[in-house]
Design a protein around this ligand. Structure first.
Ligand code: ADP
Length: 166
């Protein structure tokens, strides 16, 4: 990827909704990048069933990071490699929670490199306390009325409660 003055990372995902695990990965990325673009994918991978619209997800992420100038929030459709190339990003970042994440992530990184040979994927592991956390578990526990306040920011908690009509 081409080098500009500041190092730019893209963090792509569904973020349905953003969890403290995602937030942890964003802050860790900023130790090695000057700027991070959190990019909500219009097309869900791995046939995920979605709870929030892309606009709702973008609003939540913007609220979570509203005081942080080096974090940009946007959405993208089509191929991630095209989006990364257009943006002039240096690498994309993905979180690795457990071995179970590895196979899919490894395949995707290799396929993206096939599509664009300059494509780099950097994997970061979250704090151990988030290593079991996924957006789908948060959705499920919240839907069943469980307490998820330790896993998401207050703004996300509120949105989840509204969705589930509590
Ligand atoms: P999820 O698997 O939670 O639905 P996304 O599709 O939004 O997540 O994933 C975006 C990226 O964030 C993926 O690389 C995923 O592995 C990573 N990620 C999700 N949750 C966590 C977490 N708790 N800790 C570290 N990385 C995570």
């Amino acid at each position: 990827m081409t080098r500009t003055d500041s190092v730019v990372a893209i963090y792509p995902g569904s973020f349905d909704p953003i969890t403290l695990g995602h937030e942890d990965v964003v802050h860790r990325t900023l130790r090695v990048a000057d700027r991070i673009v959190v990019a909500v994918a219009h097309t869900a991978t791995q046939s995920k069933e979605l709870l929030f619209t892309v606009d709702e997800r973008l609003e939540m992420i913007r609220e979570v990071f509203e005081d942080e100038g080096n974090i940009e929030v946007t959405s993208f459709s089509g191929l991630l490699v095209d989006f990364a190339r257009d943006l002039g990003a240096h690498f994309i970042v993905r979180g690795l929670r457990a071995v179970s994440d590895f196979e899919y992530e490894f395949q995707m990184a290799q396929m993206n490199r096939e599509l664009w040979h300059e494509f780099e994927t950097v994997f970061l592991t979250p704090d151990a306390k988030y290593s079991f956390l996924s957006a789908s578990l948060v959705r499920e526990v919240s839907r069943l009325g469980g307490d998820i306040s330790r896993f998401v920011s207050p703004t996300v908690l509120q949105r989840l409660e509204e969705k589930h009509g509590e």
